[in-house]
Design a protein around this ligand. Structure first.
Ligand code: AMP
Length: 330
């Protein structure tokens, strides 16, 4: 069975973009593949979170993953820092990663530009840690967005380099998960192309209905259609994109028809409907998040089982890599 791996940095709560862009696919994958889903708390260290926040965010993400339906009996759900084997493989792979290639990485250059006072070594070697996350389970597929494509390419390079250097065919060359359908991108409610934490335009799964209503009500719109069958401006297209994932086809057709006939003054109703349908999706998830977050016993059990399963897989890889590299008993 093919192996899928995906990690998430614990930097905040999950939003509708994470849910429709990633989680919905994970829920399908866990039925069909051997899946590893992990919380990348070592990766989060590049921005120096304070200990309390880091810990709270790990608990949040884990609770939200479980509340969305990730099943710890089907997939392996774990916290990166629970797996010391990752740290050792990271050290080994770092010896074969070169300053030139690491310094050229788009995400590194971007982060260094944004934050010139914190260009730490962890930021530079971020792609090596990411490659380690993937190679430690010899994963075949990694569901990544376009922004992560370069890191995956580097992972393939590290895998090939290792195989060539030691004359083995040990590491797979992982590829981006090719989903049958087009990846959905959830836009922001501010007319921007993407809903994202750093964009500050998110509807979070944990948002109370009142908060969602307020956010949707405040979504950017235009003055209405300027005639029949005109093209929708981005801000209106964005509302329809979200409507398409949360509402029924009839609802989408109804509002599409209003747009196409050129009628005016229905945006208020559209927003009401949109908020209502988002709330329908998020309410059961929000309720589960709140239950799970307070269930210390369950969370600890999930973490423990996940760490055991992940360490079994990681330990096997590390033993084999050590052997290949010459770390044998004397
Ligand atoms: P991030 O929250 O940016 O770390 O992203 C975590 C996952 O959610 C990645 O797989 C992203 O591709 C996905 N994701 C984030 N924002 C969106 C969005 N607005 N639409 C679709 N997918 C998204």
């Amino acid at each position: 069975m093919k192996t899928v791996l995906s990690g998430i940095r614990p930097t905040g709560n999950l939003h509708l973009g994470n849910y429709y862009g990633a989680m919905v696919n994970f829920l399908k994958m866990q039925e069909e593949y051997k899946c590893f889903f992990f919380i990348a708390d070592w990766h989060a260290l590049t921005t120096h979170p304070d200990p309390k926040t880091l810990n709270a965010n790990v608990r949040n993400v884990l609770s939200e993953y479980l509340a969305c339906g990730l099943n710890p009996e089907k997939a392996t759900l774990y916290v990166q820092s629970d797996i010391p084997e990752i740290a050792e493989l990271y050290l080994l792979l770092n010896m074969q990663a070169y300053l030139g290639e690491l310094g050229k990485t788009v995400s590194f250059k971007e982060k260094a530009r944004q934050n010139p006072n914190n260009v730490n070594a962890g930021l530079l070697t971020y792609p090596v840690l990411m490659a380690t996350d993937i190679l430690i389970h010899n994963a075949n597929y990694v569901p990544v967005g376009k922004d992560q494509e370069q890191h995956l390419e580097m992972t393939r390079n590290f895998a090939k380099r290792f195989n060539n250097k030691y004359g083995v065919n040990y590491f797979n060359e992982p590829t981006a998960f090719a989903s049958n359908q087009q990846m959905i991108k959830i836009p922001g409610l501010d007319g921007s192309g993407k809903m994202g934490k750093s964009e500050g335009n998110c509807i979070y799964l944990i948002d109370e209905p009142k908060v969602i209503e307020k956010k949707v009500k405040g979504a950017l719109t235009d003055n209405g259609p300027e005639g029949e069958n005109t093209a929708k401006p981005d801000c209106i297209e964005n509302l329809f994109t979200i409507l398409k994932v949360v509402s029924t086809q009839e609802v989408v057709d109804y509002y599409d028809n209003l747009w196409n006939t050129g009628e005016q003054k229905w945006y208020g109703n559209l927003k009401k409907q949109l908020a209502e349908d988002i709330i329908k999706v998020t309410t059961p998830i929000r309720e589960r998040i709140n239950d799970i977050k307070n269930d210390e016993v369950y969370l600890n059990k999930v973490i423990k089982i996940g760490a055991e399963k992940a360490r079994e897989s990681a330990g096997k890889t590390l033993r084999e890599v050590r052997e290949i590299m010459g770390f044998r008993s004397l």
